[in-house]
Design a protein around this ligand. Structure first.
Ligand code: UN1
Length: 507
């Protein structure tokens, strides 16, 4: 069976009609071989506008459904995803080039957020606040917000939708989704799975969760629509820079999950065996294409000569190739553009005096064929003496910059001296260093870890970062509050009308 045939059979089994993937203007390729696997129709501006209006109507209805009932829809969605973890995970692998276990892991992340959101649907609770006035009560109520626009990236093509959609839907919102143009197939499959869940639930307002496949213009429609009070956008810092001011200008809310330039400090007492394994997964996993990928390693001079040669060995021997094959650890880059960007950054690092191991293109035979349109690379280890401009930039590819440090304060300064602030780690057995790293004067990131890598966060915590990463938080903890509006209520159950702050106003 060819990859294209496999894609068609997976999609048919998941409920996506063949016409939805054969007769369109958007060309979809698999990064595994670079071959075309589908032609997907895109939406017109008028149809997108209609869909947004329909989503608004759906919200007006859905907000009246009790929250625990809304949670039931998401519980069913989780069950449907669980039943389809293998085919959907495989489709994620085909469309993004992730390993099979990473593709399935992504679907597991969707299932986990559904479990979380179903429970949350009974916990959308506000505080009761003591009033300064006699016979008064104050409380807060959380209400549904409206239509939530979701713009997602190719690297987590379906999990990011689920983080947003599962929360938004239990919160009483409707969702309009514009996926990456590189990954419309997994989006179509997810939409079909959602529709099946909605049917099992007993029907939902039409347009409750809508998929809009199109280019950046569709994203702009979401950003500009007065019917959309919240846009959750994942992608580059450049995209965030374009989107944020537009949302601010119309006082809409934004959840921005943009670039990361994640670092780990390896201290003198680090458990080097564990550290090595953690670095390998964080830096090379998903071919360096996670926003949480480890991009900078700050190593104490006393362990540098022990750790770095070991790392070089791992980088030199890691199996690169078909992400669907047993034993592969590094799959392809998403496309040629990504490969060129990687080479450009490596060139820049070389000019800045770096010593580079790896980074070259690897030719991989898949199905006994050479695939000139597929881009496999050996992950690059780049030893560099200072944080040159290229180190401060996020290159979405497997490049790990390695820096040496002498004192802990210097390591922390290096760590925070980049424009991005998503994820971070320290490897140490020294309690003082670990606690300092997590303190207010330590890592300035939204995620700070001890003795685990920067990537692979669980859904239970709030996910996102500071500075150019955009400041948004998705997924667990109290991220749900962004998908609702808070009303503060004061109730007078007495016969007097005392005014706050002791103001008198006798008429
Ligand atoms: C992303 O790369 O956009 O923490 C999300 C992780 C995953 C999510 C990454 N759970 O690596």
């Amino acid at each position: 069976m060819t990859i294209q045939q496999e894609v068609e059979s997976i999609l048919a089994a998941l409920g996506v009609p063949v016409a939805a993937i054969t007769k369109g203007e958007l060309t979809v390729r698999t990064p595994i071989t670079g071959e075309v696997i589908a032609q997907v129709p895109t939406i017109t501006a008028e149809a997108a506008q209609k869909a947004i209006v329909q989503a608004h109507a759906a919200y007006l209805e859905w907000r009246n459904v009790p929250a625990p009932k809304r949670g039931e829809l998401i519980r069913i969605l989780g069950e449907e995803l669980r039943a389809n973890i293998e085919p959907l995970g495989r489709l994620v692998t085909i469309e993004t080039g992730k390993l099979l276990s990473e593709g399935q892991g992504e679907v597991q992340e969707m299932i986990d957020i559904c479990t979380f959101a179903a429970g949350l649907s009974r916990q959308l609770a506000g505080l009761t606040v003591p009033s300064e006035r006699s016979k008064h009560r104050m409380m807060e109520t959380w209400h549904p917000l409206g239509v939530v626009g979701v713009i997602s990236a190719f690297n987590f093509p379906v999990a990011v939708w689920s983080w947003n959609a599962a929360l938004a839907l239990v919160c009483g919102d409707s969702v309009v989704w514009k996926p990456s143009e590189k990954t419309p197939l997994t989006a179509l499959a997810t939409q079909a799975i959602f529709e099946r869940a909605a049917k099992k639930f007993g029907g939902t307002p039409s347009g409750l969760a809508t998929l809009l496949i199109g280019d950046a213009k569709v994203g702009e429609q979401l950003v500009d629509s007065p019917l959309i009070p919240l846009v959750s956008a994942t992608g580059s810092t450049a995209m965030g820079r374009a989107v944020a001011p537009k949302l601010a200008a119309r006082f809409a809310k934004a959840i921005l999950e943009l670039g990361g330039n994640n670092a780990a400090i390896v201290a003198p007492t680090a458990d080097l065996d564990l550290t090595l394994r953690a670095i390998a997964f964080s830096a090379m996993g998903t071919a360096g294409q996670r926003c949480t990928t480890l991009r900078r390693l700050i190593v104490h001079e006393s362990v540098y000569d022990k750790l770095v040669p070991q790392l070089k060995k791992v980088y030199g021997s890691v199996v690169i190739g078909d992400p669907g094959a047993q034993g592969t650890l590094v799959g392809p880059l998403i496309d040629e553009r990504s490969f060129n960007a990687m080479q450009k950054s490596l060139e820049e690092a070389r000019s800045a005096g770096a010593t580079i191991t790896g980074g070259e293109r690897i030719s991989t035979q898949i199905d006994n064929k050479q695939n000139p349109a597929a881009f496999y690379v050996r992950p690059a280890l780049v030893e560099i003496s200072s944080q040159a401009e290229v180190v401060k930039r996020e290159t979405f590819a497997p490049i790990l910059y390695v820096l040496k440090y002498t004192d802990f304060a210097g390591a922390l300064a290096l760590h925070n001296d980049v424009p991005q602030g998503l994820s971070s780690s320290i490897f140490t057995m020294n309690l003082r260093e670990a606690e300092l790293f997590l303190s207010a004067t330590g890592s300035d990131c939204g995620i700070a870890n001890v003795n685990i890598g920067t990537s692979g966060a669980e859904i239970g915590g709030a996910f996102g970062g500071e500075k150019e990463t955009g400041g948004g938080r998705e997924s667990g903890s109290d991220a749900w509050k962004q998908y609702m509006r808070r009303a503060t209520n004061t109730i007078n159950y007495g016969t007097d009308l005392p005014l706050a702050q002791g103001v008198s106003f006798d008429i």
